[in-house]
Design a protein around this ligand. Structure first.
Ligand code: 9WN
Length: 433
């Protein structure tokens, strides 16, 4: 939007460096989140990566999404990892031999995981289309991707509404994209971890243990994924010992239905079913997951029906839903002590005032660029231009100082986790536009 002419010269290097990261992390038809730590294609990473890639090469951004949806299962699910057959199968745990997608009904030929990730794809596909409609039309991008996005959303709404509340449930912490968020501590406490002797972690070869989930977390992740696999990836509360209705996941779905409506119009189809779905989701989000006293959304445990009152940044991100009636309250909460918008940057993944806030450990405190990008997108959607511009400026300053790290200490800006992390580079490119 702001254009190259208004871009301060000092960010020219950041722009070049971001392009280099995306070029280096590109593998044949998709981008890996980070060489080493994440050597395959990840679902919601590809959505954020496409949002940045569209400025660099709209066609590559389209291919990023198409290769992910090329691995869609017959039931519509989009797997959280598409494994690269050219990469050592033991480079990442859990790999193809753990998930055994080849023996699951309706799985694609390429090996994948069997769980999903937050549905950021329709929004990404629409933004990708908008970057160069002529190039997209020449490749038939929308006619190809739209029905696949519809099938993906149908899987979520038909198979993952486990409580009948009209909301979608995540059935594994990895599905939320915020793996070890403190929000999952209580529902996970009911799960008996698989013994550590049952598996070998690979992540600790690439990142410090103090910045990653614990062995006990991994034991529980393994137990849940194994039970799902052994049930043939069938969805029901009986199979899923862990099931949570997550504000961010449902907000992305609602925003995604809005994007599908725009695509439908472009394709000469009826957008109304998508607009109605967006409205239903938005209403269910507010009536079921919003806590007016806290001024934010909380996830709900599908087994107990109770809200999990834990201050994850995900509880602010329904701001991305067009027309959300509680946008002003979310912004006020973001500016308060718990998230300190306008000072802390990126937005902390978890309440700064909580006793167990940990500014260096993964989803238990550090700031991530994707969640701040979503909040920035939401601010602009709700007409909060000055706050959006300020957040954008701070994010770019942070990235300029720390590089394209996976996550940052929100108070000091110190970088943590992987370096040359793709969505950090991609969303930086988008912020620079
Ligand atoms: C498990 C790839 C992914 C992100 C997630 C992030 C992390 C994986 C891991 O990396 O999760 O899916 O091995 O820790 O939590 O959001 O998509 O970047």
């Amino acid at each position: 939007t702001s254009g190259a002419a208004q871009r301060p010269a000092v960010f020219g290097d950041v722009d070049r460096a971001a392009r280099r990261v995306l070029a280096t992390n590109w593998r044949r038809c998709a981008t890996v989140p980070a060489a080493g730590l994440y050597p395959h294609q990840w679902s919601w990473d590809s959505a954020f990566i496409a949002i940045g890639l569209r400025h660099l090469s709209p066609v590559r951004a389209q291919r990023e999404l198409e290769s992910l949806f090329g691995a869609q299962w017959r039931d519509g699910r989009v797997p959280h990892i598409v494994f690269d057959p050219h990469v050592d199968p033991d480079a990442y745990f859990p790999g193809p031999s753990f998930w055994r997608s080849a023996s699951a009904p309706g799985a694609p030929a390429v090996p994948t995981s069997g769980i999903v990730q937050p549905p950021a794809h329709a929004l990404a596909a629409w933004l990708t289309y908008r970057a160069d409609p002529a190039a997209a039309r020449a490749r038939g991008f929308l006619p190809r991707i739209y029905p696949r996005l519809v099938a993906w959303h149908r899987y979520l709404t038909a198979r993952r509404d486990l409580t009948g509340a009209g909301l979608v449930a995540f059935v594994h912490p990895w599905e939320s994209g915020m793996d070890n968020s403190p929000a999952w501590d209580a529902p996970l406490a009911r799960i008996t971890p698989a013994p550590t002797g049952d598996f070998t972690r690979r992540d600790l070869h690439h990142a410090a243990a103090a910045e990653r989930p614990t062995d006990e977390d991994y034991g529980r992740y393994v137990r849940l994924a194994r039970d799902y696999r052994d049930a043939g990836y069938a969805d029901s509360l009986r199979v899923h010992a862990f099931a949570v209705e997550d504000p961010l996941g449902n907000a992305l779905l609602a925003a995604g239905e809005d994007a599908l409506a725009a695509m439908a119009t472009e394709l000469g189809r009826d957008p109304r079913p998508h607009l109605a779905a967006a409205e239903r989701l938005s209403a269910a989000l507010v009536s079921t997951l919003y806590d007016p006293a806290a001024g934010m959304f909380f996830p709900r445990d599908a087994h107990t029906g109770a809200l999990i009152r834990s201050g994850s940044v995900g509880g602010l991100l329904p701001l991305i839903v067009p027309g959300l009636p509680v946008a002003a309250a979310l912004i006020a909460t973001a500016r308060g002590d718990r998230f300190r918008l306008g000072q802390a940057c990126p937005l902390p993944s978890y309440d700064l005032t909580a006793a167990d806030h940990d500014p260096g450990r993964y989803w238990r405190g550090p700031g991530w660029i994707n969640t701040s990008w979503l909040f920035w997108h939401g601010l602009r959607l709700h007409g909060e231009t000055a706050l959006a511009d300020d957040l954008r400026r701070r994010l770019l300053e942070r990235v300029r100082a720390a590089g394209f790290r996976e996550y940052l200490d929100p108070l000091t800006g110190a970088g943590h986790g992987a370096d040359d992390f793709s969505w950090t580079a991609a969303l930086t490119l988008d912020l620079l536009r």
